[in-house]
Design a protein around this ligand. Structure first.
Ligand SMILES: NC(=O)c1ccc[n+]([C@@H]2O[C@H](COP(=O)([O-])OP(=O)(O)OC[C@H]3O[C@@H](n4cnc5c(N)ncnc54)[C@H](OP(=O)(O)O)[C@@H]3O)[C@@H](O)[C@H]2O)c1
Length: 299
C-alpha cells in the first residue's frame, strides 16, 4: 500500500527537513504538509494547508479529507523558558494538540510519529536509554512528557522519537545554537558557553532521514533518535569553531547557574542510541560528521 503522509508543523526546522526527506522518497503527491501559518514559509512542491493542532475541527477536517496512513507531528511549543510564563498556551499546543492528532490518527487508522525530547529526563543520572524513568522538571518538559503519556493511553499506533539539541539550516526558522555560534564567531564576538550541560547534538536532516527509515519499516514504540555522540556544550562549541575554521579563543567557559534561565535544564541528558541503530539500522551521525554536512550545505 502506498503511504500517504501528513507532516504537521512543517514550517519548523525539523518539519521542513521531514517534508524534504519524505517527498523525495514517497513522492510529492503522497505527502501533505500543514502548519499553523496561512502559507508554507519554505520552498516546496508539496501541497500545503493551514492546520492548527489545538483546534479539533481543523485537525479532523484535514485528516478525514487527506486520509493519511502516517501522521508525523513535528509541531510544538518549543520556547523552553517562555513556557514557564505561557503555561496555558504551551499545554494547549504540546498536550491538547497532540491528543487531537492522536484521536484523529486513530480514527483514520494512521500511525502517529511524534517527536519528544531529552527534557523528559531530569539530567541527574544520564546517559539514558528508552526504558529509563522520565522525571521532567520545567513546564515545557512536563508538557512533552504528558503528551507521551496521552499518546500511550489513547490507543493509537505510535512511534515516539525523543531527540535533542536540533540544529541545521531552514527558511524562516528559529535560530539554533550552531548557526548562532557561527554567526557570533564570524563577527569576532566573545561568547560564554556552559561546560556543565551534556547532550547529543542532532542534525535535523539526520533525524528526518531516521524518521523516514522508521516509517518505511513501520516501526513502533519509543526510540532515542539523536546524533550518536554525547558532548558538553563548551566542547561542542570548540568542535564547531574547528570545523568552520573560526577563532576558538573567543569561546569562554561558563556555568549554567550563571545564566539565570527561567526553566531548569537537564545537566546530563546524554542518550544511548543503540536501540535505534540496531533495530532500525539507521546511521546516526557523530558530531564532526553532522557539522561537516552542515558546512557543505552552507557552502
Ligand atoms: N529544537 C530542539 O533543540 C529540540 C530538542 C528536543 C526536541 N525537540 C522537539 O522536536 C520537534 C521539532 O522541533 P523544532 O525545533 O523543529 O521546532 P520549531 O522550529 O519551533 O517548529 C515547530 C513548528 O510547529 C508550529 N506550530 C506551533 N503551534 C502550532 C499549532 N497549534 N498547530 C500547528 N503548528 C504549530 C510552529 O509554528 P510557529 O513558529 O508559528 O509557532 C513551528 O513552525 C518538537 O516536538 C520539539 O519539541 C526540539
Amino acid at each position: 500500500m502506498a503511504e500517504r503522509i501528513l507532516v504537521v508543523g512543517c514550517n519548523g526546522l525539523l518539519g521542513q527537513k521531514v517534508v524534504q526527506e519524505l517527498s523525495a522518497h514517497f513522492g510529492n503527491k503522497n505527502v501533505l504538509c500543514v502548519s499553523i501559518e496561512p502559507r508554507a514559509l519554505f520552498s516546496t512542491n508539496v501541497p500545503y494547508r493551514q492546520m492548527d493542532i489545538t483546534k479539533i475541527d481543523s485537525v479532523h477536517g484535514v485528516i478525514q479529507q487527506f486520509k493519511p496512513t502516517v501522521v508525523v507531528n513535528t509541531a510544538a511549543y518549543t520556547n523552553v523558558d517562555k513556557a514557564e510564563i505561557e503555561k496555558d498556551l504551551c499545554w494547549e499546543i504540546n498536550v491538547t494538540g497532540v491528543e487531537n492528532l492522536a484521536a484523529a490518527a486513530k480514527e483514520a487508522g494512521a500511525l502517529l510519529y511524534h517527536i519528544s525530547t531529552d527534557y523528559v529526563f531530569s539530567g541527574e543520572n544520564g546517559p539514558y536509554r528508552e526504558e529509563d524513568k522520565p522525571d521532567p522538571r520545567g513546564f515545557y518538559a512536563k508538557s512533552k512528557w504528558a503528551a507521551e503519556i496521552a499518546i500511550r493511553k489513547m490507543g493509537v499506533s505510535y512511534f515516539i522519537a525523543r531527540t535533542s539539541t536540533l540544529f541545521g539550516t531552514g527558511e524562516n526558522v528559529r535560530p539554533n545554537f550552531v548557526l548562532w555560534l557561527i554567526s557570533a564567531l564570524k563577527k569576532n564576538q566573545e561568547v560564554t558557553i556552559v561546560d556543565d550541560q551534556t547532550g547529543n547534538p542532532t542534525l535535523a536532516d539526520n533525524l528526518a532521514e531516521a524518521l523516514r527509515v522508521a516509517i518505511e519499516k513501520r516501526a513502533a514504540g519509543v526510540y532515542h533518535l539523536t546524533g550518536r555522540e554525547a558532548i558538553d556544550r563548551y566542547s561542542f562549541a570548540h568542535r564547531i569553531a574547528k570545523i568552520f575554521g573560526l577563532n576558538a579563543l573567543l569561546i569562554k567557559r561558563g556555568k549554567t547557574s550563571h545564566l539565570k534561565q527561567l526553566a531548569p535544564r537537564p545537566m546530563n541528558a546524554a542518550f544511548i542510541v543503540e536501540k535505534a541503530e540496531k533495530e532500525l539500522g539507521v546511521h546516526l551521525m557523530s558530531v564532526d560528521e553532522a557539522l561537516l554536512k552542515l558546512k557543505q550545505q552552507l557552502g
